[in-house]
Design a protein around this ligand. Structure first.
Ligand SMILES: Cc1cc2nc3c(=O)[nH]c(=O)nc-3n(C[C@H](O)[C@H](O)[C@H](O)COP(=O)(O)OP(=O)(O)OC[C@H]3O[C@@H](n4cnc5c(N)ncnc54)[C@H](O)[C@@H]3O)c2cc1C
Length: 455
């Protein structure tokens, strides 16, 4: 029996990688996207476009040695051994081919981020594109998709159910007028992201961030979890998420952790630091939530400011008027209503850590730069949750599994719809752990469906 298409991809974010890969290999592909404004509204478009690749030609050009095994070891270390190992190995293994494909097949101007190392990565392995924006990444994918005659995108339409048999899946879609349509397909990829936009689910699975600002796509309602559970799928790591402690307030732009990694600090509204900022921006989101008014002030100086201009997100923060400059610690404290003497003491201590080898009580050892106290800048920031990292349990081909491990034929999941590689909670998140499962699992699904079709 013939099907309308070979492969349906629900969600035009990271799922596009799977759609394009399958179409390149000859499959008839239909992408179904619910949001007309997805080009600048989904999480892939909102991202900073940091994609890890272990063992790429960009790393080799700089003489950097890296392997999938080293990457997996980093994931194990960051998640305290809780990462799903087969998935970590599969994604670490595909990471370099994926980044290479993004350059050579999609045509993106890939470069290795060399200005600083992200927390937890033992080697420089985060690849990106100029301006470091997810919208440019998404545009590159969409431009490539438009060149493939066997790939169509239907927008706006929402995937609401999967029916049929393993031999021919029926995808039920809902049009904006409420009418339903059924499309038959050999396989479907659920790439609808997680449940960050669903406050009830966040409260249920991630209560520690129930009061945090959500900074992600409103369409991340947990549709994949709902649809998958109806099919008897297993789920896991539902309390995993990426938090962030550097979202400007009230502007809600991403200031970015490069500020910290270049030598900046984060203080609470009492003017005190509250941890080792270099452990990671994700876990710092929750730590910031526990501070007065769920808030903090990121403090850095002009040199760090200039280094961060490489990021479009940071430029937007500047353009939004979120930065306040001061020529002394006392003047900066006044700008943010911080207790002056406490804040001055904090900066005195930071100066000692950076210059006199004095030990930071929180254990921070990276002090690449002594802040210039005559040219300081601060941004008020608030704790945020960016996306959830738990979801449908998948194998190394992105195939959705039942609780007994048996694969549900013809159903795949990627990105926020699937379990991720960050273990539990917030602290297992390594930079790139969002886009690698989004693009990488979709890519693996695209290859698997074509193998299955015998093309
Ligand atoms: C500010 C910010 C910065 C980030 N930076 C990085 C980074 O640098 N590196 C990194 O690895 N990760 C980063 N992330 C995380 C990363 O963006 C996400 O993990 C990743 O983009 C998720 O991809 P996805 O395909 O699962 O979801 P999305 O890109 O959100 O795509 C899902 C799509 O599905 C659509 N959809 C939803 N439900 C349905 C339905 N039922 N039917 C049809 N369509 C549907 C949505 O409209 C959406 O377009 C960042 C996140 C944020 C918010």
């Amino acid at each position: 029996m013939g099907t309308d298409v070979d492969f349906v991809v629900a969600g035009a974010g990271g799922g596009l990688a799977g759609a394009i890969r399958a179409a390149e290999l000859g499959a008839r592909v239909l992408v179904i996207e619910t949001n007309s404004h997805f080009r600048s509204g989904n999480n892939t478009s909102m991202s900073t476009a940091m994609i890890p690749g272990a063992g790429t030609r960009w790393q080799r050009e700089l003489g950097l040695e890296d392997t999938p095994k080293t990457f997996v070891d980093d994931m194990l270390r960051k998640t305290h051994g809780t990462v799903d190992l087969p998935l970590a190995e599969a994604l670490a293994g595909i990471s370099a081919p994926l980044v290479t494909w993004l350059a050579d097949s999609i045509g993106l101007p890939i470069e290795l981020t060399t200005d600083f190392a992200y927390p937890g990565h033992s080697v420089l392995r985060c690849h990106t594109i100029p301006h470091r924006t997810g919208s440019a990444l998404l545009k590159g994918l969409l431009d490539r998709a438009s060149q493939l005659p066997n790939l169509d995108i239907m927008v706006p339409a929402r995937v609401v159910d999967i029916a049929g048999s393993p031999a021919a899946r029926i995808v039920v879609i809902e049009h904006p007028d409420g009418s339903l349509e059924e499309i038959s397909t050999s396989a479907i990829l659920l790439a609808t992201n997680g449940f960050g936009g669903n406050a009830e689910l966040v409260k249920l699975h991630i209560p520690e961030m129930a009061d945090a600002h959500y900074h992600g796509s409103a369409e991340s309602r947990g549709d994949a979890l709902t649809i998958g559970s109806r099919l008897g799928a297993d789920s896991g790591f539902l309390n995993a998420y990426q938090g962030h402690a550097a979202l400007s307030y009230p502007q809600a732009t991403l200031v970015g952790w490069a500020t910290v990694l270049h030598g900046g600090i984060l203080v609470n509204l009492d003017g005190e630091r509250f941890g080792d900022e270099t452990t990671g921006y994700s876990e710092f989101g929750h730590m910031e939530l526990l501070q007065p008014e769920h808030a903090g002030v990121l403090v850095f100086d002009r040199q760090i400011h200039d280094a961060c201009l490489l990021f479009d997100d940071f430029r937007q923060t500047v353009d939004a008027g979120a930065l306040r400059w001061a020529t002394s610690p006392s003047a900066l404290a006044e700008q943010f209503g911080l207790p002056k003497q406490t804040f001055i003491n904090t900066l005195d201590q930071v100066h000692m850590y950076a210059t006199a080898n004095s030990a930071c009580p929180f254990g921070r050892t990276s002090w690449p730069h002594d802040l210039d106290r005559s040219d300081l800048v601060g941004v008020r920031v608030t704790a945020a949750i960016f996306h959830t990292q738990g979801g449908l349990r998948v194998d190394q081909h992105a195939r959705v599994q039942r609780p007994d491990g048996v694969v549900i034929d013809g159903v795949y999941a990627s990105g926020g719809s699937a379990i991720g590689i960050s273990g539990f909670g917030a602290s297992g998140y390594l930079a790139g752990n969002g886009l690698l499962p989004a693009l990488g699992l979709a890519y693996l699904a695209g290859e698997d469906i074509v193998t299955r079709l015998g093309r």
